[in-house]
Design a protein around this ligand. Structure first.
Ligand SMILES: [Zn+2]
Length: 347
């Protein structure tokens, strides 16, 4: 039995003992969990009991953004040792699948992803995880930052999909955590300037505090007008759609320059209309993003090199014993909160 934060069913969390199979295979490591970030998807399972086709039918442990310390290594593990500080990729693909062989293991239909029913998450003191999806943290990267690598990886995947060129101007629609991560990844990837648009001023104030990021409050000015003014009517080289909001998606062509790129990052709950002719008339290239593949190494490298500082985005840290309070605060969705993290005691 282990202690765990369990989503019993929609709307009901408990911190209780749980029976979890944790056998260490020869290619696995056992990890003492230290920090876990609360993600929008965890919160959505809590409030709605499902995301699309994934339905919580049985009690499930939440959490997928984690960092910790290796306490045991399988017989075949070479690149990790006991005592290593690490963070983990929460999606484990079938490593022999066609998608994995193509390097697109994020879209492997059989991927097992933490805290996606029926797979348990990591809000428990120890996990067993494949060493191949466990990454060593540099000494100067904290557990808190290590647990931020997962959401940052989505921003990184978005920036890579955009194929940013040095000096590009980007616009990010939506200043939620993923919008912020995308803006920072786009800057680190070579953008000269990134405009972030939202209607929540407190969120814009947080991301606008970074050098190289300008904010647009769409309550005051339509984003298309602001981008036209900022680019002499030409448009942005890259548009990152991170809001998932239907009107924003419809308005995407107006933000991009002719021949520019649109990256669809945000996930609308229902199918939404797109302005196909608007996209065609500028020959915009459309890219989509689902999680990430082969991103963790480069994300950790950027953080370790001091090129990306994610610590201003950590809004609150609560102890494991107060996990339910942490989730209830995340449900409140305060405009001044970006990421709430849960800390587990060192064993
Ligand atoms: Zn997440």
């Amino acid at each position: 039995m282990v202690k765990a934060l369990v989503l019993e069913k929609k709307g009901e969390l408990s911190l209780r003992d749980f029976t979890l199979e944790q056998t260490l295979g020869s290619a696995d490591v056992r990890i003492d969990i230290r920090t876990v970030g609360v993600c929008g998807s965890d919160v959505h399972y809590y409030t709605h009991g499902k995301i699309g086709p994934f339905v919580v039918n049985e009690p499930m442990i939440l959490g997928h953004e984690a960092a910790g310390v290796v306490v045991e290594v399988g017989a075949d593990v070479r690149h990790l040792s006991v005592g290593d500080r690490v963070c983990m990729e929460p999606g484990i693909p079938d490593q022999t699948s066609r998608a994995s062989k193509l390097g697109i293991y994020n879209v492997d239909p059989s991927v097992q992803f933490w805290a996606t029913p029926p797979v348990h998450g990591c809000l428990t003191p120890q996990v067993v995880h494949p060493a191949a999806f466990t990454y060593k943290l540099p000494d100067n990267v904290s557990f808190a930052e290590g647990a931020m690598v997962e959401p940052f990886a989505i921003g990184m995947q978005s920036a890579l999909r955009a194929r940013i060129q040095p000096g590009d101007i980007a616009v990010v629609a939506g200043a939620g955590p993923i919008g912020m991560m995308t803006a920072l990844a786009a800057l680190a990837g070579g953008c000269a300037k990134v405009y972030v648009a939202d209607l929540a001023q407190p969120k814009l104030d947080i991301i606008g505090a970074y050098d190289g990021i300008e904010t647009i409050n769409i309550r005051n000015k339509p984003v298309a007008e602001a981008i036209a003014e900022a680019t002499d009517g030409w448009g942005a080289d890259v548009v990152f759609e991170c809001s998932g909001a239907a009107p924003a998606i419809l308005g995407v062509p107006a933000l991009a320059r002719p021949g520019g790129t649109v990256v669809l990052v945000g996930m609308p709950v229902d199918p939404v209309p797109m302005d196909v002719v608007g996209l065609q008339a500028k020959e915009l290239r459309i890219e989509t993003v689902f999680r990430y593949a082969n991103i963790y190494d480069r994300a950790i490298a950027l953080i370790g090199a001091g090129k990306v500082d994610l610590t201003p985005l950590i809004s609150a840290t609560l102890p494991f014993e107060e996990s339910i309070a942490a989730f209830d605060r995340a449900v409140e969705a305060r405009e001044t909160d970006v990421k709430i993290q849960i800390e587990l005691p060192a064993s």
